[in-house]
Ligand binder design. Structure first.
Ligand SMILES: [Zn+2]
Length: 602
């Protein structure tokens, strides 16, 4: 049973007084920023009047954004630490409204900026050289110019925003509110209502019959509602294709990737390379068969635990381990890691009403706070070094970049966190010699790789296929989606679709298919991290320095250019090949351990 928040030791709670000393200080700042937003309304219509006005308005917009962000993170972190406190629910609601007000106030900025010609902007910069501080920011805006429509057309599209979002919202409501999963038996024989939340713990149950029942119960519902799910997904794909076409992009994928200036070849290279390495996944599946002693392995056996080892870390041990692992990055990095512990950036323990899961956050003007819900497990140790990776990325970026570039894109975010996880894996494997513990660590790594690089690329392939099919005029019926998904799944896992009939409906329950070419970044990020971790552990001082330069670059350049400076060229397949080499080495060791009987009890 979780404690009340006031029963948790102070040193296990984050210290948000460095953000705002008191709630009163937050309220005061809120009033000031609100007033400044009112004043900023008069800036509309004058952005491009002169070079001076462009500079002044840009600076005002960024300065207010910076303050809104700080107000927002304080409110949301206070709310997350105990969501039952009405005071902080209210603060969070006020902060959200302030964000919306900010968006409305500065809605004029982009369209007015787009009216500048390249020549006019160049002249402005000669007149007021300080505008050069914003070169990359302006360049990114201008790169969208060819895809901005007339103001009447833009108004029409903006007005239809809610309608475009309707099928994704319908999916969300259907899947989270209306769908009721059957009641099944848990390991003690009790009746339990199956939910999205407890499904994965059933998949991790050691008893095969329990896994099978949960799996069949879940998919019976997706089978029943497959036509509705096909309609929500199909309509959402139509929205992406329609918007891309309207904005004169060659495809939905080209439009989505243009946001981060990523060439489509990065996506194709990923899919090609993963396909080439599918025999490794088949080897992993065969090993799973052998360890579990199951000849006819089914999709519901894919998450069953392979290791019985109870490998425990207390939080204090995990802190020491984190410091020990991350010292490889050198004194600058380590000093900041230690500071995060000493200055209480981390909210460690679970308490009643606390938001579940883990994250790293904060804003440009605050420390990079972390939220955890600590349990003494190997998984939680990995979570701590993962979030620490995000927090160090944020810290280095915020220290080294002005606010305008003081954040980083999603495409690069997961690289900093998973590099740390990969380094932890390397460190543990270097020091631990006993077979059973190595087995547990290798298993953790291989499952992570399988779930990220292979599974998310499978999703990416499916997502791309259905966008192309719709663009070519194919109707995305449930039958079409089921067949496509079943074939892909058979190709990936090497196990027959006829013997796993339920998996054909899996597409129906994946919320990420509504995110518009999002999932492939998990795979590219993990593979890049795997490659970088190898370079950091076995490479030169220069490799480490290049890596730190990536952490410091923020949004000062396009993501591919930033990561290229860390030594990863994501336009070719070398980084993927290297990541698969690591996977293969570890898979081979696990196979050898299994041959020695390391997975057996006793
Ligand atoms: Zn993360």
């Amino acid at each position: 049973m979780a404690k009340n928040r006031n029963e948790i030791a102070e040193d296990r709670k984050w210290d948000l007084t460095s953000v705002f000393d008191t709630d009163q200080a937050w309220d005061d700042e809120y009033e000031v920023v609100s007033k400044e937003l009112d004043d900023a309304k008069k800036l509309a219509g004058h952005l491009t009047d002169s070079a001076a006005s462009l500079l002044a308005t840009t600076k005002i917009e960024l300065a207010i954004a910076q303050r809104v962000e700080k107000l927002y993170v304080y409110a949301s972190m206070k709310n997350d630490q105990d969501t039952t406190v009405a005071k902080y629910q209210e603060l969070q609601a006020k902060a959200t409204a302030l964000y919306a007000k900010f968006g409305e106030t500065f809605a004029f900025y982009e369209p007015e900026f787009m009216t500048l010609t390249d020549g006019e902007l160049a002249e402005f910069k000669v007149e007021v050289p300080e505008l050069n501080d914003f070169n990359h920011f302006f360049e990114k805006l201008l790169s969208k110019k060819a895809h901005v429509l007339s103001s009447a057309e833009e108004a029409l599209l903006a007005g239809a925003g809610e309608i475009f979002g309707a099928s994704a919202e319908t999916f969300e409501i259907l899947d989270n509110a209306d769908i009721i999963f059957p009641t099944i038996k848990d390991s003690e024989g009790n009746d339990v209502q199956l939910t999205h939340g407890n499904y994965i713990s059933f998949m991790e149950n050691k008893v095969r019959e329990i896994r099978k029942n949960a799996y069949q119960a879940l998919y019976s519902i997706y089978n029943q509602f497959q036509n509705t799910y096909a309609k929500t997904l199909g309509s959402n794909v139509k929205v992406h294709n329609f918007q891309a076409k309207t904005r004169k992009y060659s495809s939905a994928r080209a439009a989505a990737l243009a946001e981060n200036h990523i060439p489509e070849s990065v996506f194709d290279t990923l899919v090609e390379s993963v396909n080439k390495h599918l025999p490794l996944l088949h080897r992993y599946v065969n090993l799973r068969k052998e360890i579990l002693g199951i000849n006819d392995l089914k999709m519901y056996d894919m998450y069953a635990p392979l290791s019985d080892l109870d490998y425990k870390f207390t939080y204090d041990q995990a802190v020491d381990k984190t410091i020990d692992t991350l010292k490889i990055f050198g004194p600058d990095y380590l000093e900041r890691v230690k500071r995060s512990f000493d200055e209480r950036w981390i909210d460690v323990e679970e308490n009643k009403g606390k938001r579940s899961g883990a994250y790293s956050g904060g804003s440009y003007d605050t420390d990079a706070f972390m939220l955890l819900n600590w349990h003494d497990t190997l998984d939680n140790l990995f979570t701590l070094v993962h979030e620490m990776g995000h927090s160090m990325h944020s810290t280095f970026t915020r220290e080294n970049q002005p606010y305008v570039y003081g954040d980083y894109s999603i495409f690069l975010a997961e690289i900093a966190s998973t590099t740390n996880e990969n380094i932890l894996t390397e460190t543990l494997l270097e020091e631990i010699k006993d077979d059973k513990t190595r087995f547990a660590i290798l298993n953790h790594y291989l499952d992570g790789f399988r779930g990220t690089v292979f599974r998310q690329t499978q999703f990416a392939e499916f997502e791309h296929d259905i966008h192309e099919a719709d663009a070519a005029g194919t109707v995305l019926t449930s039958e079409f989606l089921n067949n496509l998904y079943a074939d892909l799944n058979e190709k990936y896992y090497g196990i027959s679709k006829e013997e796993n009939p339920e998996i054909q409906y899996e597409w129906a329950r994946i919320p990420h298919f509504y995110y518009n070419y999002y999932v492939f970044q998990y795979s590219t990020g993990f593979a890049a991290a795997s490659y970088l971790a190898e370079k950091i552990v076995h490479g030169t001082e220069q490799d480490k320095e290049n890596y730190l330069n990536y952490l410091k670059a923020g949004n000062s350049d396009y993501p591919l250019d930033v990561i290229a400076r860390a030594g990863v060229d994501m336009t070719n397949s070398v980084y993927l090949d290297e990541a698969f080499k690591v996977f293969e080495t570890r898979l081979t060791e696990l196979e050898e351990l299994v041959a020695k009987g390391a997975h057996l009890n006793g």
